[in-house]
Design a binder for this molecule. Structure first.
Ligand code: CA
Length: 310
């Protein structure tokens, strides 16, 4: 091969490699949106959840059956209690296994009914432990639910599985614990108050209301108390709610059930309190849960106080 031909072939090969490299760079840049030498951007942090507009408002009715698979046991007293009972968890319910009367049964795996050794003045409390593998926790809940349905005591809980990370029940379903049903009075304002100890922001207390809708019992209303705390000890929460009160109307010609204060009202037959904990994985303590009737004036006063100052 002549020297000139060799040089020509060498140039063609070099040129091809150069063009090929350039095309590859272009393709990568097109896919990643990066220029050569530019550091890949870190993904933006997850934006905070938008404020829920349906809290304390009318919401699309859910089928109560949807709730049942979440819990070891769903208290189903057909005759509603007059109000929430035994929110201090001291009274013992009779049955195959002891439990806090007028509440659900703990599963001794994610839900415990124990004395708080650090705060003996609280007596018995309910502790939700979300640091358990999701699959094992759901299996245990099914086990407890089926045993109680047969009127027998559940078998001993399996060994704990802490350190499940994102695969925990805290990172997925969360752990819930329900009260029995108690009556909801028409046009009545209430407040819920309770004591809480645990990781800040990882728990909520719900008050949920059910009523008849199109011939079927449906969940028709709910409100949430977010458990945000500054310290590591017990904190007290208080929040007003008005389950039967709906939108206000300034239209004097609106014929739809308008009352003197321009509010409309609907039927919520009964309420339940649900203690709930999820993320971060950990142990969440609850005690002294009370639901009290309050006047409309007190309701308006409490609603006007920012949540962080309650
Ligand atoms: Ca107690």
């Amino acid at each position: 091969m002549k020297t000139s031909e060799f040089k020509m072939q060498k140039w063609m090969v070099s040129s091809f490699i150069l063009h090929f490299s350039f095309c590859i760079t272009l393709c990568v840049s097109a896919v990643t949106g990066l220029s050569a030498g530019e550091e890949p951007k870190k993904p933006d942090p997850k934006p905070p959840d938008p404020p829920r507009k349906d809290v304390g408002q009318w919401k699309a009715p859910d089928k109560p059956k949807d709730d049942e698979h979440w819990y070891p046991e769903f208290p189903d007293n057909k005759v509603y209690n007059d109000t929430l009972i035994n929110g201090g968890f001291e009274e013992v319910g009779a049955g195959p296994v002891p439990y806090p009367k007028h509440w659900a049964h703990p599963d001794d795996y994610c839900i415990f009914w124990i004395k708080d050794a650090m705060s003996p003045e609280h007596g018995k409390v309910v502790v939700l432990d979300t640091d358990q593998a999701q699959g094992a926790a759901m299996k245990r809940q099914t086990q407890v639910r089926e045993a109680l349905a047969n009127g027998s005591a559940p078998p001993s809980p399996p060994a704990k599985t802490p350190g499940a990370g994102y695969g925990s029940i805290g990172g997925n379903n969360g752990v819930s614990f329900y009260s029995e049903r108690f009556a909801c009075k028409p046009k009545q304002a209430y407040k819920i108050n309770f004591d809480f100890k645990g990781p800040s922001g990882g728990a909520k207390v719900w008050v949920r209301g059910w009523g008849m809708f199109q011939g079927e019992e449906r969940r028709r209303w709910e409100t949430i108390v977010n458990c945000r705390v500054k310290g590591t000890g017990w904190a007290h929460f208080e929040q007003a709610f008005h389950p039967t009160r709906r939108r206000t109307s300034k239209d004097k010609n609106d014929p739809g059930g308008k009352d003197q204060d321009n509010a409309t009202y609907t039927e919520v037959a009964f309420l339940r309190v649900m203690l709930y904990a999820y993320w971060p994985n950990g142990q969440y303590y609850f005690d002294n849960v009370k639901v009290e009737e309050i006047s409309d004036d007190e309701y308006k006063r409490l609603k006007a106080i920012p949540a962080d100052e309650r």
